[in-house]
Write a protein that binds this ligand. Sequence first.
Ligand SMILES: Nc1ncnc2c1ncn2[C@@H]1O[C@H](COP(=O)(O)OP(=O)(O)OP(=O)(O)O)[C@@H](O)[C@H]1O
Ligand SMILES: [Mg+2]
Length: 348
Amino acid sequence: MGLPFNIFDIGSKTKSYLGVDIGTLSIKIVELSNENGRPKLENYATLTNYGLTSENKRTFGGQASQMLQRLIKESGTKASEVNMSVPIFSSFLTVMELPRMSEAEITNAIQFEAKKYVPVPLESVVVDWSLIGEEAGKILVVLVAIPKDLINEYTAIARDAGLKLLSIELETVSAVRALIGNDPVPTILMDMGSRDTTISLVDGGHLRISHSIETSGEDLTRALASGLNISWRRAEEIKKETGLKVMNENSQMVGIITPLLDSIVNSTQNIVDNNLSKMKKKIEKLMIYGGASKMPGFAEYLSSRLKIDVVTGNPFNKIIYPEKLKPIIDEIGHEFTVAAGLALKEFQ
Ligand SMILES: Nc1ncnc2c1ncn2[C@@H]1O[C@H](COP(=O)(O)OP(=O)(O)OP(=O)(O)O)[C@@H](O)[C@H]1O
Ligand SMILES: [Mg+2]
């Protein structure tokens, strides 16, 4: 259990909203209330279950429900309404191109066209879409499909925790809301978690590409444990304390970690190159978030390999919170990107 934090008066009567991010090893929640139309941080908390690993994550369903109930109880969260997210590996996102047509015609065309783009039977998913706009005489639409099974599972998790589920969305969509908003600058978002790393392209405030790569924070720990012949716990510690910030660049640690980061670097480079040739736009920055993105030296490594500005995302930028929390938010705020983005949905 970490960081249950009831920041303001427990007796607060204002309506608040909860964002719940169910990750592979942990659940994170952010509760926001409305202060004259602006989001105000009421509470945030995380609960990690180290007993879960990527291999047995299929059992997470049952445990997620219990973990969320415990997290809500112990953190003193008051909200009764919640937004939840699903990861990209279990869902589907594409940008569809349609000929010029009216909005009413677009709705019809999407029903028909979605079949060609979504690789599973349409009856098994819920399809959502939003208009990007017109480019080179074509109408661009972002299409997201989320499996109904997953929606049912999450609805049950919310219900068991006594919460009303308002919506479910792709976790990258939540991250875009929290970190990018309406900023039109083409940006890469990178979420490095315990199961995988998700790399996404956002342009004009719209999500264009999002896909995940197997390399994860957990992989780094395992590689260090076996490469240095140390325990998992010790490897986890030195990953967080030292990471790539070693005195000698030829150190054994760098030799173990950097090859694992190659697939992340290569995938990102591909997105940058494709974007430049297709859209003739330079991607100006890379924003990283998720627990493992905080590894010492990781941002610098990405920046030097990709020749791009790398910044750690702060999802609390547009949220009111007490000044005394600034140091902790600067340190761990990025881990709450998805949960904050979900709660922020009610302030759009
Ligand atoms: N300061 C740090 N330095 C390096 N790694 C860290 C640090 N803090 C957390 N991590 C790593 O981050 C990972 C957990 O990240 P996160 O909490 O974002 O994952 P998750 O949301 O549970 O998983 P996923 O998003 O992959 O389903 C773990 O591998 C952990 O070791
Ligand atoms: Mg995550």
